[in-house]
Design a protein around this ligand. Sequence first.
Ligand code: C5P
Length: 205
Amino acid sequence: MIIAVDGPAASGKGTIARALARHYGLPHLDTGLLYRAVAATVLREELDPEKEADAVASCGFPDSLLDDPQLRTDDIGKVASVVSAHPLVRAALLQRQRRFAQQPGGAVLDGRDIGTVIAPDADVKLFVKATPTIRAQRRHAELRKAGQNVSLDRVLADIRARDDRDARRTQAPLRQADDALALDTSFLSIEAAVQRAISLVDTRL
Ligand code: C5P
């Protein structure tokens, strides 16, 4: 069984994908980490994320980099959304994601284009969303907890800029697949969102 979970930043898709993987006993890949690893490599090598050739040269990162907690910072997320707009970067990361999706027994993948590009034949596709304000509030609370002092307005502006870049790029833009089930987490607790996701997946089994 392949479960595709797509949605914008801070929608709850990562939490939901991890919970689904645990519930159904499937391996999970957070595909955003691949783009974040490219971004971190570009920055480490002092290359230019806007240049496609520089970003492509950074796609050969080791698997061990995916475990680096530094990848999860907002700064890396911003650069990830720049490198992910290059078609050749997406092409370089495609097979790795497809291989993961097609392992025997199935998998859960979360990202922006799992249901549309990586696994268009997935058994279940969820599109997780929440209003930009609520996503900004969640991200803001996380940052505060991590000791980072940044204003809510700033976080909201960053979220809107990232949404815009992810939705407007020509290659694999963020969009809900025609056969995806929408899950709006705006007014749901984490537990309620996970329960709802499990119910939706169960309807497709
Ligand atoms: O989901 P996360 O915030 O970790 O993703 C970081 C960036 O990577 C996103 O803003 C998006 O531009 C890019 N991404 C993508 N396709 C995916 C996953 C992430 O373009 N499947």
